[in-house]
Design a protein around this ligand. Structure first.
Ligand code: GLN
Length: 479
């Protein structure tokens, strides 16, 4: 049987009814990865040797009547998610041989639900980038067109799902790193509300922005995985109890707002066409779709590129050549600190550490950092007000389809690719990227996607709405 494009729900049915086993599934996916990943997609950094053992144990649990929701289903982890006893390098030379001494809460929850962790996927170094090209190890290709990027920074996870190497994967999203690669590769990508999912055991980038999220083939699968991952964790003081999310569960979405003015510049004409078609589908189904104004969104990207590097510079201070990973000895602590970091970090990481140290230094802190924090508050308040009048905000996920490998050499043009995803992390709200019909570019069909944004803690109504959209859009495009 070909399992490559089956979703979690379908695989679970096959497993439950005994038509396949966890070991058979795993072997299928590992063989596919062995045949098609190296030099073609390059999504994986490593296939874990103990995956076979995990699958065997899953089969035993199935035989014993265990009905855990992910039992026997393979999953890939982005390389910045700790899994005890396995390397987690965050795409960086500085952590190339770092073996995790404990597992992230999200990993523990996946294991409890019975998932088989197959391996770790390539990513932009420390999750900094939108193309997976800043990885210290290799460049991942977009399975829809190998001359193009898979997006980033969770490009390996998105490409792995799109290529049919795994039914789902985990990524992390600080400014779009789950949603944008999902959009480029043609899969579903979800960034939960800040605090909905534990960050314990993720390699931190921007601690007030980071969230782990799933990449799946369907919105229903995302809903399933999210309901497993979400909830209070005593190891992450910013997490919320599940009740807080469930309180909003019955909220019905009726009205969708489109920030037209924010979508004026730089949006590809075909991407905009696909987006408008999606809005028409919603209208035909009785949703009200209205234009809205979000003037403060204009400041979101600038605020992000101050707050994020500030948090990066503090978070990455721990890589000092003593505590973790790479260690290059010098005459003194200072010298070995300098040598280790000079050799261990790539250009983009160094750029952000410099930028972050600058905006936090005395004299500049008021001029930049505090202004960005004020802008963030303004954006959050404006959004909260707006959500009194609409239930959901819709935008394209990315202004363009996947760009060519090596195309964006100027960092600023790379940063601009995050224009629709970054405000979501700044505002701490949840958002999902759902694929729509592809656009054509240079003879290739490239995925495109819409992003739906909901108020903080409205993750469940957002996912229900996205599920409805996915269904009506598919029905519409069948005819
Ligand atoms: N592309 C954005 C950046 O480079 C977002 C990264 C992320 O979400 N991890 O910062």
């Amino acid at each position: 049987m070909d399992f490559s494009h089956k979703n979690i729900a379908e695989l679970r049915d096959l497993l439950k009814s005994g038509r396949t086993s966890a070991v058979e599934l795993l072997d299928f996916f590992i063989n596919k990865i062995k045949q098609e990943d190296a030099d073609q997609v390059d999504a994986f950094l490593e296939i874990f040797e103990d995956a076979e053992e995990q699958a065997r144990l899953a089969d035993e649990r199935i035989k014993a009547g265990d009905d855990a929701p992910l039992l026997g289903v393979p999953v890939a982890l982005k390389d910045n998610i700790l899994y005890q006893g396995h390397i987690a390098s965050a795409g960086s030379k500085i952590l190339e041989d770092y073996v995790a001494s404990y597992s992230a809460t999200v990993v523990r929850k996946l294991q409890k639900a019975g998932a088989v962790i197959i391996g770790r996927t390539n990513m932009d170094e420390f999750a900094m980038g939108s193309s997976t090209e800043t990885s210290a190890f290799k460049v991942t290709k977009n399975p829809n067109d190998p001359s193009r990027v898979p997006g980033g920074s969770s490009g390996g996870s998105a490409a792995a799902v799109a290529a049919g190497f795994v039914p789902f994967a985990l990524g992390t999203d600080t400014g779009g790193s789950v949603r944008q690669p999902a959009s480029f590769c043609g899969v579903v990508g979800f960034k939960p509300s800040y605090g909905a999912v534990s960050r314990f055991g993720l390699v931190a980038m921007g601690s007030s922005l980071d969230q782990a999220g799933p990449l799946t083939r369907t919105v229903s699968d995302t809903k399933l995985v999210f309901s497993i991952l979400a909830g209070k964790d005593q190891n992450d003081a910013t997490t919320m109890p599940l009740d807080m999310l469930q309180e909003h569960k019955t909220h019905k979405v009726k009205k969708v707002g489109v920030p037209r003015a924010y979508m004026q510049e730089g949006v590809d004409a075909q991407v905009l066409d696909r987006f408008n078609e999606a809005m028409n589908t919603l209208r035909q189904e009785g949703f009200e779709v209205v234009d809205i104004d979000l003037p403060s969104f204009d400041y979101a990207l600038s605020a992000y590129y101050i707050i994020m590097p500030a948090e990066v510079s503090t978070n990455l201070a721990r890589f000092d050549g003593l505590r973790y990973g790479l260690q290059i000895e010098g005459e003194s602590y200072e010298e070995s600190f300098k040598k280790t970091r000079a050799a261990g970090f790539g250009r983009e990481v160094k750029r952000r550490i410099l930028l972050g140290s600058f905006v936090l230094s005395s004299g500049y802190m008021d001029a930049y950092y505090y202004k960005a924090i004020a802008a963030r508050e303004k954006i959050r308040r404006e959004l909260a007000d707006l959500f009194k009048t609409v239930d959901i905000i819709a935008t394209p996920t990315s202004p363009t389809p996947a760009f060519k490998l090596g195309e964006k050499t100027d960092p600023l043009s790379m940063y601009a690719a995050d224009i629709f995803t970054v405000p979501v992390n700044i505002a701490k709200v949840p958002a999902i990227s759902v694929p729509v019909q592809p656009v054509s570019r240079d003879g290739a069909q490239l995925p495109s996607a819409v992003q739906f944004i909901a108020p903080e803690m409205h993750d469940f109504p957002l996912l229900d709405f996205a599920e409805t959209f996915e269904k009506i859009y598919a029905d519409n495009n069948k005819q």
